[in-house]
Design a protein around this ligand. Structure first.
Ligand code: ADP
Length: 671
């Protein structure tokens, strides 16, 4: 058995690998960039080695520095995690050449599956079913357009070297082909350093079903069943579950055997995933093989009771697979939600900042017993960040993976809804509210799964902002009153001097605002020190603060005892009532003038990034929605569009320029 490994990754996956290594008595070495010097993964390992500055190209992607660190610390093997160098055949080979065990497949298998095009050619030979398309060498625009015309629209353009949902474009009509190809190639070269693409038929209402495979060096290869990862946005997975709803035993065996055939065709060793795209009738086609551990591997661990990292370490140490196919069983149902620092309402733009507060559901230990039964519910949180840590623009903005288990899908769903409701994050935007709507919505609850689910249910998932309910306003009011009395060194929130007396009564107005608009409350102190009356419009409510400790409020509103945590962040009050987060801006006429609302009209960079295309000319008139600039940030392209009909008065940046978050990009005058 290996006795010391280096983990060539960061974040949750580095922490997750370290946890299994520790349990198995294997020593661990972390590597880190300057941005991560105090990161959780560094503390999760026994030793650590600095790689370089924050950008991945100067740190986590420097294979030579990583190999040198392994040799210097006496590590025998390198676990690459996912992303970064995990699917880099050159790195796997360099490890082998340096006498280190690459904890993954042989370089030849990575290479064979590395190009989506070449992999398809191999799979064709192994009789694994493929989506109709063109995956050859020719790359001229006219030729590819001809192929697309032949296949029939819609078609999907994919970067041959792509991954992570990047470098893909759906093309609806022949006229749009050229522009889509240019954009796809641009993203492909900047993300993968290779602009070759393939064209395939774009299936309507497909499901993404993938099979976990595992092979050892003794010729054994098994499948650990499937994961359904159909719920995606921009071709990136949002929710993953196992087993796939509606999967028959025959189909499971057919897909499992096709996946094992795919792995065997490339001499696979270790953990791998064969991704299929499936029609609603169950027919399935090979998409690609990911030659590493997947982000969503925990759902497979939960339904099989196996630790896949332990399997990886055993296989890398030369042992045979721990179990044979006929000893593997599915127990219950597991669902994973990816919790991201991002803004779903703004096109899922990543959000950058510090996790000023992060509270979560508590993890519930999970162990399947011999009979494959567990407790009624389990919760696992895999995270690489702690409260106080930052989500930076340098790496993937994932905060955590929330994984739950239940005896069946309904139980798992309830467990997921409960765990999401307990999340409290302040400091940056997250997708938690969106995930809650997704998980509790009819489509996902009823397992009407396909990759278009989010778009099809757009209106339900992105509801128009509604005015906050009285309960939430009451907590916000209670928080403001408490802060004022604390600031005035008074233990009694009702002795406030804010406000004015009219006919002997102390009255004041409180105003809160959010996307739904302003909410104004009239407050009248009861005078006997026991509470107040809050009125909004014609309705009056009796409010009393029962207790406050560390932001945890108990209030009585119209005789009902309610509890919530309230966290202030600048002008904002975040109320967590155990069901959802509701954020209100306290509009305080006594304080500074508040935020300018004029920002909407300025064309500013939504995040730090690079200008990759300037589509408008100085002085040109454009219509509302016309694309003006394309920025690349976090390896994704973001189009800056005209907010209204108007004129581009000046362009402030050129292609290749780096821009800071909030930088004005161009001068625009609305007509
Ligand atoms: P990546 O390597 O970037 O993850 P994949 O080839 O695995 O790219 O595809 C990612 C997702 O894109 C799939 O899960 C599916 O939702 C969608 N997709 C891929 N190919 C097709 C297709 N031919 N038709 C429809 N959707 C597709």
């Amino acid at each position: 058995m290996l006795n010391k490994i280096l983990i060539a990754n960061r974040g949750e996956i580095a922490c997750r690998v370290a946890a299994t290594a520790r349990r198995m008595g294997i020593a661990t070495v972390a590597v880190y960039s300057d941005a991560d010097a105090r990161a959780k993964h560094v503390q999760a390992c026994d030793e650590s080695v600095r790689l370089g500055p924050a950008p991945a190209k100067e740190s986590y992607l420097c294979g030579d520095k990583i190999i040198a660190a392994a040799l210097a610390t006496g590590a025998q093997g390198i676990h690459p995690g996912y992303g970064f160098l995990s699917e880099n055949a050159g790195f796997a080979q360099a490890c082998a050449d340096a006498g280190l065990v690459f904890i993954g497949p042989p370089a030849s298998a990575i290479h064979a599956m590395g190009s989506k095009s070449a992999a398809k050619a191999l799979m064709e030979k192994a009789a694994v079913p493929l989506v109709p398309g063109y995956h050859g060498e020719r790359q001229e625009s006219d030729f590819l357009r001809g192929e697309a015309d032949r296949i029939g629209y819609p078609v999907l353009l994919k970067a041959s070297a792509g991954g992570g949902g990047k470098g893909m474009r759906v093309v609806e009509r022949s006229e749009d082909f050229e522009a889509a190809l240019a954009s796809c190639k641009r993203e492909a070269i900047s993300s993968f350093g290779d602009d070759r693409v393939l064209v395939e038929k774009y299936l309507t209402r497909p499901r993404h079903i993938e099979i976990q495979v595992f092979a050892d060096t003794h010729g054994n290869c098994v499948y650990l069943f499937e994961r359904d990862c159909s719920v995606q946005r921009r071709h990136q997975k949002v929710l993953e579950e196992a087993p796939a709803p509606g999967m028959s035993a025959e189909r499971r065996a057919a897909m499992g055997e096709a996946a094992v055939a795919a792995a065997r065709a490339v001499g696979y060793v270790g953990a791998g995933t064969v991704e299929f795209i499936a029609n609603q009738d169950g027919s399935f086609y090979f998409m690609e093989m990911n030659t590493r551990l997947q982000v969503e591997h925990p759902v497979t661990e939960m339904i099989t009771g196996q630790d896949l990292v332990e399997w990886q370490l055993r296989v890398a140490s030369g042992e045979a697979l721990p179990l044979r196919q006929d000893a593997l069983r599915i127990a219950g149902h597991a669902i994973e939600a990816r919790i991201y620092a991002e803004n779903p309402e703004k096109g899922f733009l990543p959000s950058i900042g510090t996790l000023a507060r992060m509270r979560t559901a508590s993890a519930v230990e999970f162990r399947l017993n011999e009979a494959g039964a567990s407790q009624a519910a389990a919760v696992r949180i895999d995270s690489g960040v702690r409260e106080g840590d930052a989500i930076s623009p340098f790496y993937d903005p994932m905060i955590a993976k929330l994984i739950v288990w239940g005896a069946n899908r309904d139980a798992a769903l309830r467990n997921m809804a409960r765990a999401l409701a307990q999340y409290q994050i302040v400091g940056l935007a997250t997708n938690i509210g969106f995930l809650q709507r997704l998980v509790t919505g009819a489509a996902f609850s009823q397992a009407e799964l396909d990759t278009g689910l989010i778009e099809r249910h757009h209106d339900a998932l992105f509801p128009a902002p509604a005015a906050p309910p009285m309960e939430i306003l009451a907590f916000a009011a209670a928080a403001v009153l408490t802060e004022e009395s604390t600031a005035g060194n008074s233990a009694d929130p009702w002795s406030s001097t804010h406000g004015w007396r009219m006919n002997g009564k102390l009255l004041r107005t409180l105003e809160f605002a959010d996307d739904a608009g302003a909410s104004t409350l009239q407050m009248e102190y009861a005078g006997n020190g026991s509470g107040c009356t809050l009125s909004s419009g014609a309705q009056s409510h009796a409010l009393r603060i029962e207790s406050v400790r560390d932001g945890a409020f108990s209030i009585t509103l119209d005789g009902r005892l309610l509890r919530a945590d309230v966290v202030r962040e600048g002008d904002w009050l975040h109320v967590f009532d155990g069901r959802a987060q509701r954020s209100l801006r306290h509009v305080d006429p006594m304080a500074h003038a508040g935020h300018s609302e004029a920002e909407g009209g300025r064309l500013t960079a939504p995040m730090p990034g690079k200008i990759v295309a300037v589509l408008a000319q100085k002085g040109s008139s454009v219509g509302k929605g016309a694309p003006l600039l394309i920025m690349e940030a976090m390896k994704m392209e973001h189009t800056i569009a005209a907010p209204a009909d108007g004129t581009v008065e000046d362009l402030l940046y050129a292609v290749g320029d780096q821009v800071a978050e909030g930088a004005q990009l161009l001068e625009f005058k609305a007509a």
